[in-house]
Each structure stands twice: as structure tokens, then as C-alpha cells.
Design a protein around this ligand. Structure first.
Ligand code: PMP
Ligand code: GLN
Length: 411
């Protein structure tokens, strides 16, 4: 491969999706996706589209299908209290992945420094490197022991400030956070925002779990803080928002001058995304816009449903010797498995990091799959993830019961 990809190896997703295909674990709580149907009206919209106006099977506007960019602009104008221009301030992409890629590739030049917060969604690292950027990172750390909430994982403000300098181009923020389920609080966001303003730094804010936030946590969009709209690109995902991860449709929104650079990458990489998926996503947004604050809102009902699933998982993991960090949002939970280390013989696995050995052992020996969190750390910090495993809980109750049973039989 060219030099800019020489540091890149197979991602945890490539490896663990292959692992699941090979061993067919009875319960797969690895890669994040629901194992139950999306809302009926969402799939209904797609089938209506494919049988309706035949032109919806043809190319549409490159930077986003008109009906969809209008719906996205309308929703976020409401949520952030600022009028968003659908044509210049929104870009529709192939999943949040391609928004991240376009934001990073469109803004990061050779030698520019980009700050990421560990654990981080793994592709940030490789995307920064392939753009020629230099990764600077800092780890969130639990600030107490025993029973933990994701809110207890914090940045050290002194260490954090030291990362900023005149070469800092951007920071990637992820709130709600994968894999911790942390929702950054106002004071945390203000600390980040103040440093970004001081050093003239761009914020790429990955908010794909924005609607799955559990009471009493509140999602705050950093682009709503004073002076931050001007320097923030915010990223969302239809896959996460409507439980249709296979649609791989996402978006970025932010000021036109910043979005312009993403559009340049996009026009040369894919030019335009699938029209039927965009039309159906627009229909889904339009419907949700009519019931945003009611209890019927899918965004609200999904968060309630996930709160129960989270609590159920936290209970069975705790009962089987894991120490969980209770998420405030999203659909992942990390759990410390080190107290169960004496119950496994990992000598048959050869991976460098213990969490890889443990998760592979689990898939092969007790037919339950999770994800090794060291994948979400830079090399010098991978040891910080080694005692953990990440489980996904946006699953049927029966699936979660099966997982509980597997662990109880083993424990
Ligand atoms: N960011 C985060 C934090 C994620 O967890 C994911 C996984 N869905 C993505 C981005 C990518 O989203 P998409 O599937 O829309 O590309
Ligand atoms: N975001 C999902 C996860 O974290 C899916 C990852 C992927 O497909 N690359 O599990």
C-alpha cells in the first residue's frame, strides 16, 4: 500500500465479524446493531419508495437528496436554535464513517495535530494517519473504584490542556461516547470549547448516539456553546437514529465554509448516496418531527427501552463477577472481567492483548461474543483497555436472557 496506509492493519470489526461468521456464537453482543426489527414505518417508507416514483431509483443531488437535507436542517434548526441552510450547511454521506472520513481528510494537512480522547471509536486513528495528521491523545480514566457510572470516567484538565499548541488542527469529540456510554457534561464541554477557541481548533463532534440518552443525563451539542457553531462539524447516523445500521447513511452539519471541504472530498469519493435510502430517511424524519416531544417519539421510546435493557445487562454481569461501568447513553457497556480471570485458560490464544485473548476464548468456548476495548486505544495505552470487554445491549430480551444464562452456567 502507499505510505499513508502502511500503519493500518485489519480493524477490530473486520476481525470480529469474521470471527462470528466462523464460530457462529450462540449470542453475539459484539458489533453494535439491533437484532430486532426497526420501527415499522421506517421499513414501510423504504418499500413505498421502491414501488413509487421511479425517478427515486435514479441519481439525486450529490451533497444530499433535497427532501432529506431539508428534513435534517429542520430537525437540527429546532434542536440547536439556529436556522440551518439545507443546501450549504448539510452533507449526506455513506454512514457516519464517511462523514468522519470527509471531515478529517477535508481539513487535516500533513503534520497537523489532531486530538482524540481514549477510548475512541477506532477509525478516528487510521483516518487521521491516512490524512497525514499526527494523533495526540489523552485517556478518560475512572475517578473512583467500585460501582462505576460512565460519568465517573473523566479527563485530567491539566494533561488535557497540554495537548493544545499551534499545530493543533482539530479535536474529535464523541458524545454520547462509544464504548463508555458517557455523556459529556456542560463543564466538560466548556473546558474543551475554551481551549478550542484559544488555539483556533476545529471540533469534529461525533454524536451518532444523540437520541439514546437515559434520564437524568442530557445530551448537549457542543455547537450550541458560545462561539462554537463557527468551528464545529457535527456528525449523525440514520443507522443509529432509526435502528437501520445496514442502511449506512449519515450526515454532517455545520457552517458552510467548513462543510465546503467535506463536500470536495465527498464529490470525488462517492459523489452521491443512494436515493431510495435518502428519501425513506427523509420520510422517517418528517414523521418524527410531527411528534418530537410526545411519548410516542421513537427517539424517546427507544431511550426508555434501552434503559431497561441496560439495567438488565448490568444486573446479570454484576451477578457473574463482572464490574460494570453503567452507561448514561448509547447501546454499549464495558465491564471489567479481571475478577473472572482465574476461570479461563487463555493459553490457547496468542494475541498480544489480554482482552483479545479473553473475547476470543469466550466466542470459541462459551459461544458469547463481545469486543476487546483495547482496540479503542493507542498502542501505549492499550493496557488501559485490557481488563475490559464491551457488550452491546440493543438486543431482544430473549437474546439478553440467553447471554445471562451462558454467563450464569459458566460462573
Ligand atoms: N461513530 C461512532 C461512535 C460509532 O459507534 C459508529 C458505529 N456505528 C460510527 C461512527 C459509524 O456509523 P455508521 O454506521 O453510520 O457509519
Ligand atoms: N459502531 C458499531 C460498533 O461500535 C459498528 C462498528 C462497525 O460496523 N464498524 O460496534
Amino acid at each position: 500500500p502507499p505510505k499513508r496506509f502502511q500503519d493500518t492493519s485489519e480493524s477490530v470489526w473486520v476481525e470480529y465479524v469474521a470471527l462470528a461468521l466462523k464460530h457462529k456464537p450462540k449470542v453475539n453482543l459484539g458489533q453494535g446493531f439491533p437484532d430486532y426489527a426497526p420501527p415499522h414505518y421506517v421499513t414501510e417508507a423504504l418499500s413505498e419508495v421502491s414501488h413509487g416514483n421511479h425517478l427515486l431509483n435514479q441519481y439525486t443531488r450529490g451533497f444530499g437528496h433535497p427532501r432529506l437535507v431539508q428534513a435534517i436542517a429542520k430537525l437540527y434548526s429546532h434542536l440547536i436554535g439556529r436556522e440551518i441552510n439545507p443546501n450549504t450547511e448539510v452533507l449526506v454521506t455513506v454512514g457516519a464513517y464517511q462523514s468522519l472520513y470527509s471531515a478529517i481528510t477535508g481539513h487535516v494537512d500533513d503534520g497537523d495535530e489532531v486530538i482524540i480522547i481514549e477510548p475512541f471509536y477506532d477509525c478516528y486513528y487510521d483516518q487521521i494517519k491516512s490524512a497525514g495528521g499526527v494523533v495526540r491523545s489523552i485517556a478518560l480514566k475512572p475517578t473512583k473504584s467500585g460501582v462505576l457510572s460512565a460519568a465517573d470516567w473523566k479527563l485530567d484538565p491539566v494533561e488535557f490542556e497540554k495537548l493544545f499548541n499551534e499545530k493543533t488542527k482539530a479535536i474529535i469529540l464523541n458524545t454520547p461516547h462509544n464504548p463508555l456510554g458517557k455523556v459529556f457534561k456542560l463543564d466538560e464541554l466548556e473546558m474543551i470549547a475554551d481551549l478550542c477557541k484559544k488555539w483556533n481548533v476545529l471540533v469534529i463532534s461525533d454524536e451518532v448516539y444523540e437520541h439514546m440518552v437515559f434520564e437524568p443525563a442530557k445530551h448537549i451539542r457542543i455547537n450550541t456553546l458560545p462561539g462554537m457553531w463557527e468551528r464545529t462539524i457535527t456528525i449523525g447516523s440514520a443507522g443509529k437514529t432509526f435502528s437501520v445500521t445496514g442502511w449506512k447513511l449519515g450526515w454532517s452539519y455545520g457552517p458552510a465554509n467548513l462543510l465546503r471541504n467535506l463536500q470536495l472530498v465527498h464529490q470525488n469519493a462517492v459523489y452521491t448516496c443512494a436515493t431510495p435510502l435518502q428519501e425513506a430517511t427523509a420520510m422517517a424524519f418528517e414523521f418524527e418531527l410531527t411528534r418530537l416531544n410526545s411519548s410516542e417519539s421513537f427517539f424517546k421510546s427507544l431511550a426508555v427501552e434501552l434503559t431497561d435493557k441496560r439495567d438488565y445487562m448490568a444486573k446479570f454481569l454484576t451477578e457473574t463477577g463482572f464490574q460494570v461501568t453503567l452507561p448514561e447513553a448509547g447501546y454499549f457497556m464495558i465491564a471489567d472481567w479481571s475478577h473472572n480471570a482465574d476461570k479461563v485458560d487463555l493459553s490457547s490464544e496468542s494475541d498480544e492483548f489480554k482482552d483479545y485473548r479473553f473475547t476470543k476464548w469466550m466466542t470459541k468456548n462459551i459461544s458469547l461474543q463481545g469486543i476487546p476495548p483495547s482496540a479503542f486505544y493507542t498502542k501505549p495505552n492499550k493496557h488501559l483497555g485490557e481488563n475490559y470487554i464491551r457488550f452491546c445491549y440493543i438486543k431482544n430480551d430473549e437474546t439478553l436472557h440467553d447471554a445471562a444464562k451462558i454467563l450464569k452456567d459458566w460462573y
